[in-house]
Design a protein around this ligand. Sequence first.
Ligand code: UDP
Length: 237
Amino acid sequence: MIKRERIIIKLSGEALSGNRGMVIDPETVTHIAKEIKAAYDLGTLEIGVIVGGGNIWRGKTASEMGMERSSADYMGMIATIMNALALQNALEALGVETRTMTSLNIPEVAEPYIRRKAISNLEKDRIVIFGGGTGNPYFSTDTTSALRAAEIGAKKILMAKNGTDGVYDKDPRYHKDAIKYKALTHHEVLEEDLKVMDSTAAALCKDNNIEIIVFDMNVDGNIKKAADNEDIGTIIR
Ligand code: UDP
């Protein structure tokens, strides 16, 4: 049997909102599920998915408004589980066997995250959605992606962005002359403080030689292309 490549796909929570003013838009989630399925159907990959919670709640924002940070962050982690369940539902409706595994235990709705069980699910050709972030406040779902990738031996994270097609030297929304990088090193991302992922996540990727591909998921077919090593977006290695 050919050994399949194990990858992580990172989606921001906002990707699930769509543009009809909803927190979670089922139509949008179905569309994303189809895009992920297209990568899954390549048959060459074992896929873990991390979804953020920013469409529902961000701990840091709430703490800046006076809430105690850890409680606010636990709320954010619970938000990621809601998103994970929505995505699982959409993937299973398409006939893709999926498991949600959470770092905060809610055994009635999802399996607890156990590294060996996660690997076993992947080996059985199930997509694994990791909900609940790292389970610790003060972290992000970007860091969760790096951590889970390192734990399960994934060497590539697909950082799916909403409307940004790679990493630029300055914000392309405000600077017409912004230049897109084709490739970067982890060191450059950290040194130049490029806004790819937070520095904890970038450092974890650097230390564990995990490649990051930053691309625009709003272009149909891009998740599959990124998964299939087509030259889109910016590659960090
Ligand atoms: N969070 C956390 N620890 C983690 C992952 C997430 O405390 O390991 C909380 C944090 O409050 C964060 C929220 O969950 O603001 C939602 O995650 P994130 O901001 O990464 O979501 P995204 O921006 O990708 O939608």
